[in-house]
Design a protein around this ligand. Structure first.
Ligand SMILES: NC(=O)c1ccc[n+]([C@@H]2O[C@H](COP(=O)([O-])OP(=O)(O)OC[C@H]3O[C@@H](n4cnc5c(N)ncnc54)[C@H](O)[C@@H]3O)[C@@H](O)[C@H]2O)c1
Length: 391
């Protein structure tokens, strides 16, 4: 890898939380021991995920328990410098970062192929799709683990091996997505803007697990929450949660903070862009940078100023709109990502999934496979056991 690539992928994630406290992932420790006992033999795992300090520590725990790890950061913007240095200080190789819009560059692909993985863990399916497209270069792969709902939507045609669906597991979808993203998203936005959401009109676009978690936590903090959603069931859900369920234009005219949590692109399209109110702040906790109207902002801006790092103010003829972290996932690129408890639980379950994929009894499965209940129950029993002894 060239030093230029190394420099580039250190990214702009400012790593404020990195090493603020020693990161402990006790469930991951336990799961990695379980993995070495229940799935003996060589294991080579590509970890394709956001490189912040908790992911770095997970990589080390796996390596300490006999797993060969290659880290592939999900993107340069979310890569925390301190976490990047930390992984390398553990002697774990780090490939050049992926890019959700440009995909896997040639250098990264060559590194992944040379590593000859047995398992691919991915956070958005960019790697899984690339490995599946060139599977003759990956003869040792036994299967993959996909962490995100957007990623799972992308891999439904792949039938080369089993792809364990962490996205819809209970631990990820019911616990991590709503609580982990809600807590870290709100704390990142409030800390970056230096503003409370209490008393503010907050618009949430997309009322899946992530949007629901964010909306409910914002409301508990005193925000007046508006929801725009396409799906009738989820609209109804939002209604009974006490949200103002409105059409997008009404939300944009009313809300001073608008967040996207859809996993879809262009959720505020050309026709709705004009409805954004003067002084609105936009942030993304979903998947794609262009869930937010980036092109429209650039096109309409007469000038752009940066009142502080991480906030770009687009001054237009009739209004100013503030964009946080250029539309990157604000909770990861500014904040430290999910709080440790949620990461520990979901990475521990992912570690158990690696064991399932290494078990030859499961080799005949193909395509998307639901995470087996016995694995999920094992991770949850460890979690509850620990929670009971802490109190
Ligand atoms: N920031 C993070 O740390 C983090 C963590 C977990 C998941 N995610 C991402 O967040 C996104 C949402 O996750 P989820 O589990 O809630 O997914 P989900 O699929 O359950 O929910 C997404 C919702 O958005 C709605 N939607 C889609 N397009 C829309 C549009 N144009 N307008 C309004 N609503 C629209 C859908 O109907 C759906 O209800 C995914 O892309 C996921 O990968 C981010």
């Amino acid at each position: 890898m060239t030093s230029q690539v190394l420099e580039e992928q250190k990214g702009t994630g400012d790593g404020r939380n990195a090493q603020a406290l020693p990161v402990e992932l006790p469930l991951c420790e336990r799961a990695a021991k379980w993995l070495s006992e229940h799935a003996p033999g060589p294991k080579k795992v590509v970890l394709g995920t956001h490189l912040e300090v908790k992911a770095a520590v997970w990589a080390k725990i796996l390596a300490d328990n006999g797993v060969d790890v290659l880290f592939v950061p999900s993107n340069a913007e979310s890569t925390h410098k301190d976490a990047y240095e930390l992984v390398r200080s553990f002697g774990i190789p780090v490939a050049a970062a992926l890019d959700i819009e440009r995909g896997v560059d040639k250098g990264t692909f060559a590194e992944v192929a040379a590593f000859a993985p047995t398992i691919v863990f991915d956070d958005g399916a960019i790697l899984i799709k690339e490995v599946a497209a060139k599977q003759e270069r990956f003869p040792l792969v036994k299967g993959c683990v996909e962490f995100t709902t957007s990623g799972i939507n992308e891999v439904d045609k792949i039938s080369s091996w089993p792809i364990l669906d962490m996205a819809w597991s209970f631990c990820k979808h019911e616990i991590g997505n709503p609580r982990g993203t809600g807590e870290s998203g709100l704390s990142a936005i409030m800390s970056l803007t230096n503003k409370s959401v209490a008393g503010a009109r907050v618009g949430v676009i997309g009322y899946g697990a992530v949007g629901r978690g964010f909306a409910n936590l914002a409301r508990q903090l005193g925000a007046i929450v508006y929801v725009a959603e396409l799906d009738l069931k989820r609209k109804t859900y939002a209604h009974f949660d006490g949200m103002h369920v409105v059409e997008l234009p009404e939300m944009l005219k009313s809300c001073e903070l608008v967040i996207t949590s859809t996993g879809a692109t262009d959720t505020i399209g050309k026709s709705s862009f004009k409805d954004l109110r003067d002084g609105a702040t936009l942030a993304n906790v979903g998947c794609f940078r262009n869930e937010l109207p980036l092109a429209e902002l650039r096109e309409a801006a007469i000038s752009v100023s940066r009142p502080r790092p991480g906030i770009d103010s687009y001054h237009m003829a009739d209004k100013t709109v503030h964009l946080l972290k250029n539309g990157e996932l604000v909770n990861i690129s500014f904040g430290g990502g999910w709080p440790t408890e949620y990461i520990d639980l979901t990475f521990a379950l992912s570690t158990l999934c690696f064991g399932w994929l290494h078990n030859s009894r499961n080799a005949n499965n193909r395509g998307i496979v639901r995470v087996p209940d016995d694995l999920e129950n094992l991770a949850l029993s460890w979690f509850l056991e620990r929670a009971a002894t802490k109190s």
